[in-house]
Design a protein around this ligand. Structure first.
Ligand SMILES: NC(=O)c1ccc[n+]([C@@H]2O[C@H](COP(=O)([O-])OP(=O)(O)OC[C@H]3O[C@@H](n4cnc5c(N)ncnc54)[C@H](O)[C@@H]3O)[C@@H](O)[C@H]2O)c1
Length: 320
């Protein structure tokens, strides 16, 4: 059974999904008004004001942490120490040292430590991964993400931490490599110390490269990821309703009769059907699967740590 901590903006979505899945047994929120609001909505869930009271509930096997980012490491550490499986919202920690400690604690106790990287459960992103893994695109050369919009202007989290964590989790998932170089440039135009425009460059040991443009100062609303392979190229566009994924049969090639000069080939454009399942529901189901002993819980935790390590290196580069 599952307990959800934090009922601000995002936590209620997690509570709803676990309730729909029939496993929500407890809620925890420090704000009295929010406790009052959600108590009648979930009559079968015990409501706690203190996180320790949630941890003391023996019926709770898995704890879902949807509290502000700076609290994630401490709450996840306490939950794992209490023997609970943990699903912690993104990013699961703010420093590499913290996430490494959480991963070790989870491994030591054979518990699930799953970061809430929602996009990894998006059927469109799963399709990208499948296209890459079966070799449909040929050798992957580069990946780049665009996550831009005019607003919401955040003052407590920069564009890298607020927007970049999504694309970074997807890029590392798709390429399944630890970057050897992480470089970020950006500026804090609106709020001092909070970068609203950030450009990131990643290079991987295989030679692949990736880029992310993250900004809430932009005329375009973009939620797009492009993967360039030697044989085909593919675009995942989360702003599209029906064309979430588009595969382009476009590639460079060498004709033998032109003395090895590069030509380009433009073939069909293909739009695979992408299921419309709610990614958050799939994420919650994956957590339950891991808690039940299915899947590779160690890899899920390690993958989460890889994202935090890259975020830390990009942050150091941005400030350096
Ligand atoms: N995956 C996504 O797409 C997505 C979207 C939005 C937010 N998030 C993540 O969800 C998390 C929460 O974000 P939010 O926007 O809901 O924040 P929020 O500030 O609206 O809500 C956080 C809630 O946690 C409560 N809280 C704080 N400390 C607590 C504690 N010790 N025990 C119990 N409750 C506590 C606060 O009172 C607040 O109600 C963040 O990590 C954020 O990155 C993820």
């Amino acid at each position: 059974m599952i307990g959800v901590a934090g009922l601000g903006y995002w936590g209620p979505n997690l509570a709803r999904n676990f309730d729909d899945l029939g496993v929500l047994c407890a809620l925890c929120e420090v704000d009295a008004d929010l406790r009052e609001r959600y108590t009648p909505r979930y009559p079968n869930a015990r409501m706690y004001a203190g996180f320790d009271d949630l941890l003391a509930d023996d019926a709770v096997r898995g704890v879902v942490i949807a509290t502000p980012v700076p609290t994630h490491y401490d709450l996840a550490r306490r939950a794992l120490s209490a023997g609970k499986h943990v699903l912690v919202e993104k990013p699961p920690a703010m420093r590499a040292g913290e996430i490494d400690e959480l991963v070790a604690l989870a491994a030591d106790r054979d518990l699930v430590l799953m970061p809430g990287h929602l996009l990894l459960y998006h059927p469109g992103v799963r399709k990208l991964k499948q296209l890459i893994d079966v070799g449909e695109l040929g050798e992957v050369l580069c990946v780049y993400g665009n996550r831009q919009n005019l607003g919401i202007v955040r003052t407590n989290e920069n564009a890298l931490w607020s927007l970049g964590v999504h694309d970074l989790s997807v890029i590392l998932y798709l390429l399944d490599e630890e970057p050897e170089l992480c470089v970020a440039h950006g500026r804090d135009f609106l709020t001092e110390g909070v970068e609203d425009v950030v450009f990131c460059y990643l290079r991987f040991p295989s030679g692949k490269i990736a880029h992310m443009h993250l900004s809430w100062l932009d005329p375009h609303k973009m939620r797009r990821l492009t993967v360039v392979g030697r044989e085909k190229m593919v675009v995942f566009d989360d702003m599209e309703l029906e064309r979430k994924v588009t595969v382009y049969e476009k590639a460079p090639w060498k004709r033998t009769d032109t003395y090895g000069e590069w030509q380009t080939r433009s073939g069909d454009i293909f739009v695979p059907k992408i299921p419309t399942d709610e990614p958050l529901k799939l994420e919650c189901q994956e957590f339950l699967r891991l808690v039940a002993g299915e899947g590779d819980r160690r890899k899920v935790a390690e993958d989460g740590a890889r994202v935090v390590r890259a975020l830390e290196r990009l942050t150091d580069s941005l400030r350096g």
